[in-house]
Unconditional design. Structure first.
Length: 304
């Protein structure tokens, strides 16, 4: 039997062929699958303009408040801070903790989060390097990409040093630290979250759940070449994965039939769910074939 391989054409369509067609890449090569994943999502959804915030500080507040809660709850908390003119670094650092708790109550774990926010705001005020590296919006060049001035020439400080500094804060884990580095500071670091894990595993890109391994996976494959490892692309890629996970590749009922990346997804290309996971046999099926139809109409001898 002649074995055909699936290739991806430049226009994003997949074709089956025995030899490599012109301007096509083998789909099994994960570097090209990453490129295709990004391109398809970008074409399907368009630019996402992340993070949904007006300033770098608002972005950082959102990243801390969004832990263990839905974004809609964070929006309410940020709206309350804005309404009372209390969203600035100074206001949060100096207001009574009880008052801050009241304002951010809708985001859940509000006592913990109020303490963390105040600690972070005070550090930003007292640490010049932190402030300079994470709040570059005041120096944004006209025409640069992203709301916080993402683009070449904006990286100040060392990514690892800044990441370690952020991780030293109470309650700031790798996901929050990388979100702040990428979306507020413009550092080229990929953000890994539950959505990235779910989509990556369903596509068959990786099996691991480990944060650092998944991040390294994206860093290695998005470096140079067609998908340059630039902060603006990590920015867009993460936002697109979140959109896909929320709208189509949901946790319980993924809508593979309308998914733009179905033809490169291992999960999506499996047979229908009914065939993929047959339901366990019913008690009647387990008991074997039913003899009743064969016995229908038979005359039984009378007892005695
Ligand atoms: S094809 Fe299905 S499982 Fe694969 S990414 Fe799309 S929705 Fe998720």
């Amino acid at each position: 039997m002649i074995r055909k391989t699936v290739f991806i054409r430049r226009d994003g369509k997949s074709i089956r062929s025995t030899s490599t067609p012109h301007n096509s890449y083998p789909i099994a090569d994960s570097r090209y699958r990453i490129v295709l994943l990004y391109r398809r999502l970008y074409r399907h959804y368009g630019p996402q303009h992340w993070w949904p915030a007006d300033t770098a500080w608002e972005m950082m507040v959102g990243a801390i408040l969004t832990q263990n809660t839905a974004w809609t709850n964070v929006e309410k908390a940020i709206a309350a801070l804005k309404r009372t003119d209390a969203l600035s670094v100074h206001a949060i650092a100096h207001m009574p903790c009880k008052h801050l708790e009241k304002l951010i109550r809708s985001s859940g774990y509000f006592r913990q989060k109020a303490r963390r926010l105040q600690e972070f705001a005070r550090a930003i005020l007292n640490d010049h390097a932190l402030r300079r590296n994470l709040m570059p919006s005041s120096r944004r060049k006209p025409g640069s990409r992203g709301i916080f001035g993402l683009g070449p020439g904006f990286h100040r400080g060392d990514v690892k040093t800044m990441r370690d500094r952020l991780l030293s804060f109470n309650g700031v884990g790798p996901e929050t630290a990388d979100s702040i580095l990428l979306y507020a500071g413009g550092y080229p670091t990929f953000v890994v979250d539950a959505y990235t894990r779910r989509i990556g595993q369903r596509l068959g890109l990786f099996k691991t759940n480990d944060y650092d391994e998944i991040q390294e996976y994206f860093h290695q494959r998005c470096r140079g070449g067609r998908l340059a490892a630039r902060a603006c692309q990590y920015n867009e890629f993460h936002a697109l994965l979140v959109r896909l996970a929320k709208e189509i590749c949901t946790k319980r009922h993924p809508r593979c039939a309308v998914c733009p990346v179905r033809d490169i997804c291992k999960f999506g290309m499996k047979p229908s769910p009914a065939l993929r996971a047959p339901s366990p046999a019913s008690p009647r099926e387990r008991a074997g074939p039913c003899l009743l139809p064969a016995l229908a109409g038979r005359r039984w001898p009378k007892a005695g």
